[in-house]
Design a protein around this ligand. Structure first.
Ligand code: HEM
Ligand code: FPP
Length: 304
């Protein structure tokens, strides 16, 4: 962040700009995994409590995204992918994004504490801090391991959903956390491979910029290999998920691994100019997590 960025908006702000600050497209999956954590928990959930918990996850995640955009306005201005966001495009004063993010974050935690429970509120508060401060301010500009460690922030929502329902952290929510944690590096590095030039321009030490494409592809493969047995663990542990989830996890994780193999190993005939395999892996990563968590809930409903 520098003080040089103008704070006066060049264009009037409207509600769509505030909505954009919450990174709504990315947050759909955050909210969905939170909802699935809640619905997969082995207890009946009071609908009002469940609705409050998901609303708090959505508001808290949106608040932390607004704080991320406030802090990164100068960086976002340098990248084509992010240059049209409300702050770099000059549609909003910087302070508005900061205040909006702080208000959303504060009220989401307060509402979670009052309406759902202290443990869920504490984990939500930690997730917001993790994304807005540990990842955005500390890790992202400093190390190519930024998203490996920082990915923890996005892995909390299913745990928050589960804790909101049960009041307790057991092995299952820890496994759901671990699945997203190991999913994040292939998800993000696949994208970073085809938008690498932007990150280099902005001076962000993303893995392809620092370690090169070859090493990034190998690391994508390592996480994708680990993801397969990890995603099967909820099926293998006693009292975990049933065969509907187990079959879905096996199929989805195998496809994920094959797409990662294509990115990492079988690139004969695919030039560096053609990032088709990386784009396919990125798109599938999003579908993968939606489908895996949907299967977890379907399994709970079908298998009981
Ligand atoms: C530190 C970890 C992560 C990083 C750095 C990251 C980064 C990104 C980036 C840069 C995009 C491109 C879209 C955009 O410009 O907004 C994206 C897309 C997406 N991410 Fe991630 N992501 C991370 C973790 C997650 C997590 C944990 C989730 C959900 C559980 C998630 C869900 C999504 C979805 C759904 C999209 C597609 C959005 C669309 O359709 O445009 N990401 N991610
Ligand atoms: C409940 C709660 C607080 C959840 C947090 C959810 C969370 C951490 C999601 C991470 C996903 C995300 C928006 C990454 C963007 O990375 P980036 O900010 O580096 O991407 P950019 O380059 O597009 O700004």
């Amino acid at each position: 962040m520098t003080a040089a960025t103008p704070t006066a908006p060049a264009l009037p702000t409207d509600w769509r700009d505030f909505f954009a600050l919450t990174k709504p497209r990315v947050m759909t999956l955050v909210i969905f995994t939170g909802l699935c954590g809640l619905l997969a928990a082995p207890v009946p959930v009071n609908p009002v409590l469940g609705f409050t918990a998901i609303l708090c996850i959505a508001v808290g995640a949106g608040g932390s995204a607004a704080l991320n955009m406030w802090w990164e306005a100068d960086l976002d201005a340098q990248m084509k992918r992010t240059a049209s966001r409300p702050l770099p495009a000059g549609r909003m004063p910087r302070e508005s994004a900061r205040d909006f993010g702080l208000v959303l974050s504060f009220f989401s935690v307060l509402m979670m504490a009052v309406g759902v429970g202290y443990l869920a509120a504490a984990i939500l508060a930690f997730s917001i801090f993790y994304y807005a401060v540990i990842y955005t301010i500390w890790l992202k500009p400093r190390t190519p391991q930024n998203i490996v460690i920082g990915g923890g922030a996005g892995a909390f929502p299913p745990m928050i959903g589960w804790v909101a329902a049960t009041g307790d952290v057991t092995l299952m929510p820890i496994l759901l956390f671990a699945i997203i944690f190991f999913w994040t590096p292939p998800h993000f590095w696949a994208l970073a491979l085809f938008v690498e030039i932007d990150y280099a321009k902005a001076g962000i030490p993303m893995m392809p910029v620092v370690a090169g494409r070859h090493s990034t592809r190998r690391q994508i493969l390592v996480y994708s290999v680990l993801l397969l047995p990890l995603s099967m663990l909820p099926f293998w542990i006693p009292g975990g998920a049933g065969v509907v989830y187990g079959a879905a996890a096996l199929i989805l994780s195998t496809i994920f691994l094959l797409l990662a193999l294509r990115v990492a190993v079988f690139r004969q005939g695919v030039g560096e100019a053609d990032m088709g395999p990386e784009k396919r892996l990125f798109r599938f990563s999003v579908f993968y997590l939606f489908a895996l968590f949907a299967a977890l809930v379907a399994d709970r409903w079908i298998m009981g």
